[in-house]
Design a protein around this ligand. Structure first.
Ligand code: MN
Length: 202
């Protein structure tokens, strides 16, 4: 299988002012495109060519740096674009809201826990909200392009919300102010899509 760079579900400038157009364009057309190309190169001629990305991630040989970094980068950014929307923000509803309240007491406490995971991830990585089988949700973070689908990474759940905290995700607009970027992210979260992933993953 050859992986294709997924199209953004909105225009590069659609998430302004929270995420600026130039950051989105470089992030998608250069960074995500690079992970996609490098993943295809890394799996070419191997038995991974016939697998889908979730199987590649779940069965990852963590010593295979090229597949680990680029497979993670390919999947993580696809999730990231989809859990954001120009019509996003607000709070979740339904079963996801109940699961967040059960785990964290309130949406605000969850927001604090997620923001802390994103702010304290040293260097490059991701903050996640994951769902475990049975429906319990949990916040975690991972380094570089790792994600909790990979063996031994994060909380081991299925990621349903992810925030890229690599400097390439925010530095043009926010420079070193990662906390401001994290705050802005909450204005564009597509909770409908996160809920859909919650239902699928629980
Ligand atoms: Mn990125």
């Amino acid at each position: 299988m050859s992986f294709q760079l997924p199209k953004l579900p909105y225009a590069y400038d659609a998430l302004e002012p929270h995420i600026d157009a130039l950051t989105m364009e470089i992030h998608h057309s250069k960074h995500h495109n690079g992970y996609t190309t490098n993943l295809n190169n890394a799996i070419a001629g191997t038995d991974l060519e016939s697998k889908d990305i979730l199987d590649i991630l779940a069965d990852m040989d963590m010593d295979n740096a090229a597949v680990r970094n680029n497979g993670g980068g390919f999947y993580n950014h696809d999730l990231f674009w989809k859990v954001m929307s120009p019509n996003g923000g607000g709070t979740p509803s339904g079963a996801l809201a109940e699961a967040i309240n059960a785990a964290y007491g309130s949406f605000d406490s969850f927001k604090e826990a997620f923001s802390k995971a994103a702010a304290t991830r040293f260097g490059s990585g991701w903050a996640w909200l994951c769902v475990h089988k049975g429906g319990k949700v949990e916040v975690c973070s991972s380094a570089n392009q790792d994600n909790p689908i990979m063996p031994g990474i994060g909380c081991g759940g299925a990621p349903i919300l992810g925030l890229d905290v690599w400097e390439h995700a925010y530095y043009l607009n926010y420079q070193n102010r990662r906390p401001d970027y994290i705050k802005a992210f909450f204005n564009v979260i597509n909770w409908e899509e996160v809920s859909r992933r919650y239902e699928e993953g629980k």
